[in-house]
Design a protein around this ligand. Structure first.
Ligand SMILES: Cc1ncc(C[n+]2csc(CCOP(=O)(O)OP(=O)(O)O)c2C)c(N)n1
Ligand SMILES: [Mg+2]
Length: 617
């Protein structure tokens, strides 16, 4: 069965816009019992069918597959094979990340014996009251399609269903086929047609003309329209169509995390990031917008600033989205369709915003750009601010280079400050915001685009969670530039905690004495722990540069460019020199009763902020 599966996967192709390519670039894996003799044997026997890539952590390998898929606009990904038990459940976080972000990945966890004769096999979970459950059932909650192949012939419908979901722009995400280890090794006479080359055509769903007419009617009565560009604009490769539409109409464009790069940052209609991590320009325009056109966005709380960013009393929404799950959100006029085709269908409608509105948007964008320039060159001392590190990477990198990040204080800062010049330059995973994605995800990007320099911006907390992909990057000869931004702890959560009256409790890597509270304040005088993350990266095989200060950091970027294997640049920053938020809020509930005066104050601010929340029904 495993031999047929490998052959099937190697024969799957996708086509969009006349371009055909293999859907699986290869297969990531870590062997153990549950895949070493089944899929492992099939890959060993036919190594050319599906290139095998050895990982060191199953969560990481899923991140790499997903990073690759995102860079390829979801038209190519990897399969991931694991052993049973912990090897399998290590993939759960990656599966959730893929599904939340709507990115395709095929997971093939090994499973316990279908025959059950030697139960319980090593690593088998035995629920006392059910016989048909294994740890792989946990994938059901985080997969878009899930199946278990208990008989070899079941592979035929399951593999076809898996491909249908993986290649569907509306339904894609993690797909899990759990593979009992005995069934993998069984023989079966599969029909030839099952193993033949198969092309999955990724269609561009056109909009219903009546839906377009409803959207145009809504737009015609709008005085202050705003477009919110989400990941769907990038995946549909709709940037040119968007640019044409806004050049014709003058409608300003704000971007979500996944949609950042939809337009170059200096396009005359671009107002930058929106929402909780938005720019002053986008958030002020959003506040008074009377019509908001969401294109390819799933409207997370970060995008809506927890439902406070749109304050016009009669604000209405139009959503353009391939996914029905998203298209009806916020009571919108729904256009269920591909972003590019819809934007083309909207061309030539003769709508233009007032010159006054256009000028206001341009002025706000200019003011914002001056703020970015200020934050790029703060000259903070003795330690630099993180915004200066971001500025240095932005100014040094080429437009086609890629910046990868996922969690901590950097995604928000990048959303606000990164000047994106290419639609595939900005790769911040903020659907799941998973610490540890950065280096592994960057590896996937590098395999998708070897010609691009890939910068993984990683906080010390994220680095400590998952950094072994440095070793895998050496094996893959995939050079990464890892920028390790060290602020001795979970600075983002520390800042959040301080703003909520809990003093940064449990967020600092301090404590020479047991029981240190890890407070992010002067009340905790314990020194930082004696940890040398640069030495750690060096021991994993990276070329390491220790940069002290921004000038040295800029030099390090230049030096890193000349090295042909993974480089880690270690830079310490001031954790308190944070980028502020601009006209925005993010809902984090505060205790209604507390003995701490700081918490009671935070609760008052919380109650006040909540008054601004809207329902948009
Ligand atoms: C796997 C995971 N666990 C916990 C969190 C919650 N969380 C978000 S940011 C953060 C701290 C990140 O620390 P670091 O990488 O050093 O970045 P910094 O906040 O210092 O910028 C935590 C714990 C998360 N996003 N992902
Ligand atoms: Mg940190």
């Amino acid at each position: 069965m495993a031999q047929a599966l490998v052959r099937f996967l190697s024969s799957q192709y996708v086509e969009r816009d006349g371009v055909e390519q293999r859907f699986f670039a290869g297969i990531w894996g870590i062997f153990g019992h549950g895949n070493v003799a089944g899929i492992g044997e099939a890959l060993f026997e036919s190594p050319d069918l599906l290139p095998y890539h050895m990982a060191r952590n199953e969560q990481s390998m899923v991140h790499s597959a997903v990073g690759h898929a995102r860079h390829k606009d979801r038209l190519q990904t990897f399969a991931c094979t694991s052993s049973i038990g912990p090897g399998a459940t290590n993939m759960l976080t990656g599966a959730a990340l893929a599904t939340v972000n709507r990115l395709p990945v095929l997971l093939l966890p090994g499973d316990v014996f279908a025959s059950r004769i030697s139960d319980p096999v090593l690593q088998q979970l035995e629920p006392p009251l059910r016989g048909d459950v294994s740890v792989n059932d946990a994938f059901q909650a985080v997969s878009r399609y899930w199946d278990r192949i208990s008989r070899p012939e079941q592979l035929v419908p399951a593999a076809l269903a898996a491909m249908r979901v993986l290649t569907s722009p509306a339904d894609t995400g993690a797909v899990t086929l759990a593979l009992p280890q005995d069934v993998q090794a069984e023989s079966y006479d599969y029909p030839d047609e099952f193993l033949d080359k198969r092309v999955w055509h990724v269609e561009r769903q056109p909009p219903d003309p009546a839906a377009v007419a409803r959207a145009v009617t809504a737009l015609r009565s709008a005085k202050r329209p705003l477009i919110v560009a989400g990941g769907g604009v990038i995946y549909a490769n709709a940037s040119d169509a968007l640019r044409r539409f806004v050049e014709e109409t003058g409608i300003p464009v704000a971007e979500t995390q996944a949609g950042k790069g939809s337009l170059p940052y200096d396009h005359p209609t671009s107002v930058g990031a929106i929402g909780a991590t938005g720019t002053s320009a986008a958030n002020r325009i959003a506040k008074d917008a009377d019509l908001v056109i969401g294109i390819g966005t799933r409207w997370t709380d970060f995008t809506t600033a927890s439902m406070t960013v749109f304050q016009h009393p009669n604000v209405r929404f139009v959503n353009v989205n391939v996914a029905e799950l998203d298209v009806f959100k916020l009571g919108a006029v729904a256009v269920t369709a591909d972003a590019r085709v819809t934007l083309d269908a909207l061309a030539g409608i003769g709508y233009r915003v007032d010159p006054g509105y256009r000028e206001t948007c341009a002025r706000l964008a200019k003011e914002w750009d001056a703020e970015v320039t200020r934050l790029y060159a703060l000259g903070h001392s003795p330690l630099p601010a993180q915004s200066e590190v971001i500025g240095a990477v932005n100014e040094f990198s080429a437009p086609t280079d890629v910046v990868v990040c996922a969690a901590g204080s950097m995604p928000g800062d990048l959303h606000k400050l990164w000047r994106t010049r290419d639609r595939k330059q900005y790769h911040v995973e903020y659907g799941y915001s998973c610490m540890g994605y950065e280096i592994a995800g960057a590896l996937g990007v590098k395999l998708a685009a070897p010609e691009r320099e890939v910068y993984a911006l990683v906080g010390d907390g994220s680095y400590l969670m998952l950094s072994e992909a440095i070793v895998t990057s050496l094996q893959e000869r995939a050079k990464l530039v890892v920028v390790l931004v060290d602020n001795h702890g979970f600075a983002s959560i520390g800042g959040l905690s301080r703003s909520l009256g809990t003093d940064g409790f449990g967020t600092q890597f301090r404590g020479s004495k047991p029981g240190s509270l890890g407070l992010d304040s002067d009340r905790d005088p314990a020194p930082y722990l004696p940890v040398d993350l640069a030495a750690n990266a060096e021991s994993l095989g990276a070329h390491v540069i220790r940069a002290r200060g921004i000038a040295a950091f800029r030099d390090a970027l230049g030096a890193a460019k000349k090295v042909d294997r993974t480089v880690a640049i270690h830079i310490e920053v001031d954790r308190h020199a944070a980028v502020p938020s601009y006209d925005s809020w993010w809902e984090v509930p505060v205790a209604e009763t507390s003995q701490a005066a700081g918490v009671r104050g935070a609760r008052e601010r919380y109650d006040k902020a909540k008054l601004k929340q809207r329902r948009h029904l």
